[in-house]
Design a protein around this ligand. Structure first.
Ligand code: NDP
Length: 296
């Protein structure tokens, strides 16, 4: 058996096109478009790449992209003052502060300062609480994208045994909550889990969000399982030339292809969905704030 590759790139493209069409319809109706403010502090190269592609894709979807680039020595007070200005700006529907932040800034305080109605990352405790209680709110983009990928191969997830490896606030925990909402039976594993391989082998749905290159082996996977590989790890690739690197996930994809029913590749699986879901959240936030009818 060879697993179906879940084409996150194509699914994300399709989602972005639908968002673009909705934005065009809203602009025609209301003469205005959603705005997303992205704040980058410092010069972390990976963050610069993410922020550039977020800005480009926001503009491509017909939305307003507002970039704020602050120097690495920015103080917490300066960043909080900018967040306050963005909260008060009626043209800004979504605010994203790119993580990680420099050491002098407390990321939790910054996240808590963002208006929950504009918190398109879904990290504010109000939105986390809404997800936990099933009362709406904005949902973190990466797990939201993972659910769309799962449903592309299995529209009804009810009753399935799901194992999420990782319990971070941005991926593992919200992923588990979304799967509970889909009526899966959910186990959350982490660094203290005993016999992780045996736990994973129970999973009809296995989500790996660990940050350890190819940790999940082929014999950890139940035959036919759907495997969502969230991990993005850069590893040395001497086969490509001296000093070269490549990206791998948390799953040994090659090995897993023989056992899994479907699997997301890295790159080209979960990654592209994250930004597409950020655009979806910006549209959702704009409609809710402005009282626009949300597109179907
Ligand atoms: P964190 O480091 O915050 O969390 C990692 C989790 O993995 C923790 O809960 C940790 O357990 C667990 N873990 C670590 N080692 C083991 C182990 N040996 N066995 C079992 N569990 C273990 O990472 P994130 O959640 O932020 O990200 C996870 C991965 O996903 C990273 O590779 C990241 O780059 C990627 N990512 C990808 C995104 C995308 O768009 N595709 C977006 C966000 C993240 P414990 O809590 O016990 O320490």
């Amino acid at each position: 058996m060879t697993a179906t590759l879940i084409d996150g790139k194509a699914i994300a493209e399709n989602l972005r096109a639908r968002i673009g069409a909705s934005v065009a319809a809203l602009r025609a109706e209301h003469g205005d478009t959603p705005g997303l403010a992205v704040v980058l502090v410092g010069d972390n190269p990976a963050s610069q790449v993410y922020v550039r592609s977020k800005a480009r894709q926001t503009a491509e979807a017909g939305m307003r992209s507002i970039e704020h680039k602050l120097p690495a020595e920015t103080t917490q007070e300066e960043l909080l003052a900018l967040v306050a200005r963005l909260n008060a700006d009626p043209q800004v529907d979504g605010i994203l502060v790119q993580l990680p932040l420099p050491a002098q800034i407390d990321a939790d305080r910054v996240i808590e300062a963002i208006d929950p109605a504009k918190d398109v990352d879904g990290f504010h405790p109000i939105n986390a609480g809404r997800l936990a209680t099933g009362t709406g709110g904005l949902v973190p983009c990466t797990p939201l994208g993972c659910v769309t990928l799962l449903k592309s191969v299995r529209p009804d997830l009810a009753g399935l045994e799901a194992v999420v490896v990782g319990r971070s606030n941005i991926v593992g925990k919200p992923m588990a909550l979304l799967l509970i909402a889909e009526s899966c039976t959910v186990t959350v594993a982490h660094s203290r889990t005993r016999d992780l391989a045996a736990v994973c082998r129970r999973a009809d749905i296995l989500v790996a969000a660990v940050g350890r290159p190819e940790m999940v082996k082929a014999d950890w996977i139940k035959p036919g399982a759907i495997v969502i590989d969230v991990g993005i790890n850069r590893v040395a690739a001497p086969e490509l030339g001296e000093g070269k690197t490549r990206l791998v996930g948390d799953v040994d994809t090659k090995g897993a292809m023989a056992t899994a029913g479907a699997i997301t590749p890295v790159p080209g699986g979960v990654g592209p969905m994250t930004i597409a879901c950020l655009l979806a959240n910006t549209l959702t936030a704009a409609c809710a704030r402005r009282g626009w009818a949300a597109p179907a």
